[in-house]
Structure formats: C-alpha cells, structure tokens
Design a protein around this ligand. Structure first.
Ligand code: NAD
Length: 322
C-alpha cells in the first residue's frame, strides 16, 4: 500500500482522496511547522512514496536524502521557492504545485488590501473602536479613490492577470504591466499596456501590485531606488513573496513620505516584521492569508492529492514544475 507523509494538517479534501485510493496517509501531529530535524526524522520513519509539503517547509538535498523512495513532493502552494527543484530534478523526483485554484482568492485579497489601504479601513476601524468617533466630519480620515486610477502590475501571470481584470472591469482602472513575458490576453481583454521595465510602470502607477514568483532575479525587485521612482501619492501592494521587497527600505519610504502607503500579505523574514513596520499608520498587514479561503485551501488540498495519485499511478503529474 503506498504511503504518503503530510507535513502539517491541511483541509481533508485531498487526504480523503488519497485514503479512498487505499493509500496510507500519515499527517504530522505537531501543531506548527516541523523543524528541519523533525521533518527529516519523520520522513525516516517509513519508506514514504510521496510527501505533501507546505511553503513553510524547506525541501532540500538533506530532506530528499531522508525520503529516498518518495517519487513526488507535492507542494501545497503555487509558489515553490521553498523547494530545491534543481536538486529534485537531478534525483528524478517530481515537484508539483497548486496553480489556478487559488488565483481568484489571491486576486480578491489583493483588491481587499488595495481598497483597504486607499480607504484607510484598518486605521478607521482602530479609530472607531478606540471611541474616538465623535460624529461625522467633512475631512475625517480622508482616503484616496481607486476608480479611474492607474494600476501598475509587476508580474502578469495567472494572479496578476486576474487583478488586471478586476482593476479594469470593476474600477475602470488603466492597467500597465511589466513582465519578462508579454501577456497578450490581458492586452486584448482589458487594454493592459505593456511597459518594458519595472521603472516605467513605477513612474506612472497610482497603485503598484506585485505578482512575480520569488526567484534570484526578483529578490529585492522593489529596492530603495525603485521605491523612490514611485509617485509620493502611490500605494504598493504585495501578495507575492516577502523578499521581493527590501522591507527596511520600504519602512523608510513609508516613514519619509516617499510613497503614500503599502498593504502587505507577505514579509521578508516571516513571521517577523521589519523594525518599525507595524508602528506605521499608512500600512496594512495580513499574515500570509491571500489564499486562505475555504474554497481555495480545499481545492489546493485536492490538487496536491491529484498530483500524488498521478505520479504513484505512473502518470505525469498535472502540475509538475520544472
Ligand atoms: P505565474 O507563474 O502564473 O505568474 C508569475 C508571473 O511573473 C509570470 O507571468 C512570469 O513571467 C512573471 N515573472 C517572472 N519573473 C519576473 C521578473 N523578473 N519580472 C517580472 N515578471 C516576472 O504565478 P501566479 O500563479 O500568478 O502566482 C504568482 C506568485 O504569487 C507565486 O509565485 C507565489 O509566490 C505568490 N502567491 C502568494 C500567495 C499568498 O498567499 N500571499 C498565494 C498564491 C501565490
């Protein structure tokens, strides 16, 4: 009977599928992320055929060594910067991810953040709860409108394209984007305008939103110099990966009025926040929950399981990453 190790409790959908196939499913009982040593020790317990891992697990050569019979590491995320894919390839181990099923949810969260920072929702909530509301006033907590503004997208793949769609269709936004690959679909569908550099997008956008994967080339994509190119009235939104922004430089830019505000779901050294970030009023932070809806997380569980089943049945994983 094939055996699967799951590194942390996830929604049942996929685990049920695996059990229905007759697989033995062992889920880590720890309430939290396994340390590297714990993960290695757990994998050595049995000759596992597959591992369902999370973005909080670092999957490298030492982990592959501990699971020599595992044919697939199915990552419960669309991003796979936590997995040494080149090492997996050298060993003939498949790595899969969970694209598409979370696109709508992450795009929604991006807009939730964008609207919340522009309309000062979190700040207003703190203000009201603190009993400071003394009656309607014409200039109380004035925010910034989103409709009709210019949306700048860095990375127009699945999620970036969906954000472009919402911006153009729901908020009449003019959409600019930079990507290493042209996305003709959004150019046609929502008149998105391609720019051939990050800088060109930053100079024109009122809202900049990041949707690139974390790669060597995207680490600190937003650094001090690039933050300075943004308009002082502009906002930065990040639901991709934390290290894409130099967070210390962002704190400085937010504090000095270089940009107007930021809304972040991901952080450079999660779960820690850069010094000074949480003291700023012009920032909204959420704890890496952009894909955290019941619908998306359940579908991610199912997709990870489908990839495992495909590989253990000798077929190609539908979402193998290269
Ligand atoms: P995708 O692969 O469809 O899109 C990524 C896009 O970035 C691609 O079009 C690619 O060409 C582009 N890109 C790559 N390198 C670039 C560079 N140097 N400059 C500009 N563009 C570049 O991926 P997706 O499904 O849209 O997901 C995007 C990312 O969002 C994931 O990699 C993941 O890290 C992140 N994500 C975060 C959460 C969360 O919970 N906060 C949830 C889901 C996804």
């Amino acid at each position: 009977m094939p055996t699967v190790f799951v590194t942390r409790k996830i929604p049942e959908t996929g685990l049920k599928l695996l059990r229905e196939k007759g697989y033995e499913v062992d889920t880590s009982e720890k309430d939290g992320v396994l340390t590297k040593e714990e993960l290695i020790a757990a994998l050595r317990m049995k000759p596992y055929d597959a591992v369902l891992c999370l973005l909080t697990d670092t999957i490298d050569a030492a982990v592959f060594d501990a699971a020599p019979s595992a044919k697939i590491f199915a990552n419960y995320a669309v991003g796979f910067d936590n997995v040494d894919v080149a090492e997996a390839k050298r060993r003939g181990v498949v790595v899969s991810n969970t694209p598409d099923v979370l696109t709508n949810t992450v795009a929604e969260h991006t807009f939730a953040l964008m609207l919340a920072i522009a309309h000062r929702i979190a700040e207003a909530d703190r203000f009201t709860r603190a009993g400071k509301y003394e009656g309607w006033a014409p200039e109380l907590l004035l925010g910034t409108g989103v409709s009709g503004k210019t949306l700048g997208i860095l990375g127009a793949g699945r999620i970036g394209a969906r954000v472009a769609y919402h911006g153009a269709k729901s908020f009449d936004m003019r959409v600019l984007y930079y990507d290493v690959r042209r996305n003709e679909a959004i150019e046609k569908e929502v008149n998105a305008e391609f720019r051939d550099s990050v800088e060109a997008v930053l100079k024109e956008a009122d809202f900049v939103t990041i949707h690139v994967p974390l790669l060597y080339s995207t680490r600190h994509l937003m650094n001090r110099a690039r933050l300075a190119l943004m308009k002082p009235t502009a906002y930065l939104v990040n639901t991709s990966r934390g290290p894409v922004i130099d967070e210390a430089a962002l704190v400085e830019a937010l504090g000095n009025g270089v940009i107007k505000g930021a809304a972040l779901d991901v952080f450079e050294n999660e779960p820690a926040l850069a010094t000074g970030l949480s003291e700023l009023e012009n920032v909204i932070v959420t704890p890496h929950i952009a894909s955290a809806t019941e619908e998306a997380r359940s579908a991610m569980s199912r997709l990870a399981a489908e990839n495992i089943i495909a590989v253990l049945e000798g077929e190609e994983a539908p979402n193998a990453v290269r």
